[in-house]
Design a protein around this ligand. Structure first.
Ligand code: PMP
Length: 289
């Protein structure tokens, strides 16, 4: 079943209008929400960010977050989803093609679920990454459907045998193509400030909270590519990748080439958040505790 505006319907009954502005202009916004143990994780925070994105592109949302949360929970239940994701998008809807907003816009909301296991191997072993020029627009804080800058960077990374592209604007690291980037240097955690050049990741915010609680010093400051290459530890964060160690950047080993202690500590703290919100269960990093 999928959520189609305010109704749950079978996926086969949904259709996209060829003049939908999301389809033609990327005129819309989206969220990806993780479901653990049948419960959406940090749902309120994702819906708050959706509202912010909607305001930023002057898109009226059909419902408030409370009602939307109810509908998404019904969707998860209808599909008996235990481990997976909810993809949710809202477009400005169908209208005769013209860049300016249509006079009468009827937004179209779609949400569907996908079963996805946790990325166990990546979380344990870490990933290889490479840097890529950040060619995206200047409102990366809006979670818009326009993703070509990220798509092209990720594709190049994949072609180089990497799992993520780390984006660089004017010599400083902004974020990953679909993640936020952190480095550890002499015990301090650094990540780009939450301004217009990055998406304000929900996982990023959880990690900053966990770091504060663990007494790990944090600086929300832009850092250079050299600082990235020479970091003691690097990890990326995101709804799909959780807290994922980076072992290599541009074929250069980070630290000793294995996930470092601060990353491990934050992975544990993140597991605890999942257990707390979505029910007690063994964390994926459990055996390392
Ligand atoms: N930055 C970008 C560009 C992303 O696409 C994502 C994935 N949504 C993130 C950061 C991580 O955000 P979150 O932790 O909210 O998934």
């Amino acid at each position: 079943m999928i959520l189609w505006n305010d109704r749950l319907i079978p996926r086969s009954e949904a259709s996209v209008d060829i003049e939908d502005r999301g389809y033609q202009f990327g005129d819309g916004i989206y969220e990806v929400i993780r479901v653990y143990g049948g419960k959406p994780f940090y749902l309120a925070e994702h819906l708050e960010r959706l509202e912010k994105s909607a305001r930023a592109i002057r898109l009226p949302l059909p419902w408030d977050s409370g009602l939307l949360a109810e509908k998404l929970n019904q969707l998860v239940e209808a599909n008996r989803l235990v481990e997976g994701t909810i993809y949710l998008q809202v477009t400005r809807g169908p209208a005769p093609r013209n860049h300016a907003f249509p006079e009468k816009a009827e937004p179209v909301l779609v949400a569907y679920t996908t079963e996805v296991p946790r990325p166990e191997a990546m979380l344990k072993e870490g990933i290889r990454t490479c840097t890529h020029k950040d060619i995206r627009w200047l409102r990366c804080d809006i979670k818009s459907l326009n993703l070509l800058g990220a798509v092209l960077a990720k594709q190049e990374a994949v072609e180089k045998g990497c799992k993520e592209a780390i984006l660089v604007r004017d010599g400083t690291v902004t974020e990953g193509s679909s993640s936020n980037v952190f480095i550890v240097r002499e015990g301090t955690l650094y990540t780009h400030p939450a301004d217009n050049l990055i998406l304000h990741g929900i996982t990023r915010a959880i990690v900053l909270k966990c770091a504060g609680e663990a007494g790990i010093p944090v600086k929300e400051e832009a850092f250079s590519v050299d600082a990235l290459h020479d970091a003691d530890e690097v990890f990326i964060t995101g709804t799909m990748v959780e807290v994922c160690p980076v072992t290599h950047v541009d074929d250069r080993k980070i630290g000793s080439g294995v996930p470092g202690p601060v990353t491990r500590r934050l992975q544990q703290a993140f597991d605890e958040q999942i257990a707390r919100q979505c029910g007690a269960r063994d964390g994926i990093m459990g055996e390392r505790r």
